[in-house]
Write a protein that binds this ligand. Structure first.
Ligand code: UDP
Ligand code: MG
Length: 313
């Protein structure tokens, strides 16, 4: 059996030495063959140099160079597409996902009762503001997504070959992998873990890119944004009917006021509701546009592997 581990990396030179050592230890502990695919997502620091050194010393560590920075969901996808293993593991390269859990995940899958095991964070340490945003996202996501995906689950996880094949059949460009992984079904189980803070290096996902990811998740796996338009529309309609009755009664009883306030208020209210849902529509149109462009999610500049002589190595 071969285990493939995919690790996306973007400017992680501060942490990569320690990380590499811990991955090597964890993989050795599984007692099986393995390949580690380091996906360099267009790093501009020394990350790539370091990765190439590891590869030179131990060809089980392979390096997939993307042509520029494509974001970590794309980097995972690139890695998944080149894996050879019977089992594939997705692991962040910042030590927030402990590599030491890999043997446990592998054991769970190799018994054969499950096809996918994913890490579920029972606690996390991030700065208060970011943590609040992430927790809020997970709550909303697990509540409204149409596939029943659980909350507090990230990319960290392992799947067998069959599940990987299914996963790779999802060709959409707006990718939120934890949700898509849940979508494919199969027999899934969770391993709980505490997510530590990043000890070194800066988080590469800033609030903006996290928002982007949250939007990908919400828009691609839920139709709630569209439904909200109906809810608001009908609520507004109901309110204006009530308003109309009030206005007519006042007219009849001769107590009609000048009406400026109520008119301005309803103008503001319906104006903003309409704008919000024009935004929602725009978001869908943009996503449809992106899908129809059908651009690849990533480009590979180089794949350093000794297994395949046709590739650069
Ligand atoms: N990453 C990447 N490309 C990017 C941003 C991040 O490959 O554009 C990698 C990063 O090096 C790390 C993993 O994805 O290994 C998770 O990134 P980060 O810790 O910044 O994300 P967060 O923990 O905030 O979700
Ligand atoms: Mg992180």
């Amino acid at each position: 059996m071969i285990i493939s581990v995919i690790i996306p990396l973007y400017n992680e030179e501060d942490i990569i030495d320690e990380f590499h050592q811990r991955v090597l230890n964890a993989m050795t502990k599984t007692g099986d063959d393995f390949e580690v695919i380091y996906v360099d997502d267009g790093s501009t620091d020394n990350t790539l140099q370091k990765l190439l050194n590891y590869h030179k010393k131990d060809s089980r560590f392979k390096v997939l160079e993307l042509s520029r920075n494509f974001g970590h969901q794309a980097a995972y996808t690139a890695g998944l597409n080149v894996t050879l293993g019977d089992y594939v593991c997705m692991l962040d390269g910042d030590l927030q996902d402990p590599p030491e859990l890999i043997p446990e995940m592998y054991e769970k899958l190799s018994i054969g009762n499950y096809d996918i095991v994913y890490g579920k964070r029972i606690s996390r340490k991030e700065k208060a503001g970011k943590r609040f945003f992430i927790l809020l996202f997970h709550k909303i996501f697990s509540f409204i997504n149409n596939v029943g995906a659980p909350d507090n689950v990230g990319n960290f996880g392992m799947m067998n070959h069959k599940a990987k094949e299914a996963f790779l059949m999802l060709k959409e460009k707006n990718r939120y992998l934890p949700g898509l992984r849940y979508f494919i079904g199969f027999r899934q189980t969770a391993i709980e873990y505490k997510r530590p803070e990043r000890t070194r290096g800066k988080a590469k996902m800033n609030i903006k890119s996290l928002m982007q990811l949250a939007f990908d998740a919400l828009f691609s796996l839920s139709k709630l944004p569209l439904k909200l338009a109906f809810v608001f529309g009908f609520t507004g309609l109901g309110l204006s009917l009530v308003g109309a009755v009030v206005v007519i009664i006042k007219k009849i009883t001769g107590a009609a006021i000048t009406g400026w306030t109520s008119m301005m208020l309803s103008l503001f209210f319906f104006g903003s509701v309409i704008l919000i849902f024009l935004g929602v529509m725009g978001e869908y149109i943009f996503r449809i546009y992106k899908e129809t462009q059908n651009r690849p999610v990533y480009f590979i500049r180089n794949y350093h592997t000794k297994d395949d002589k046709n590739q650069n190595s």
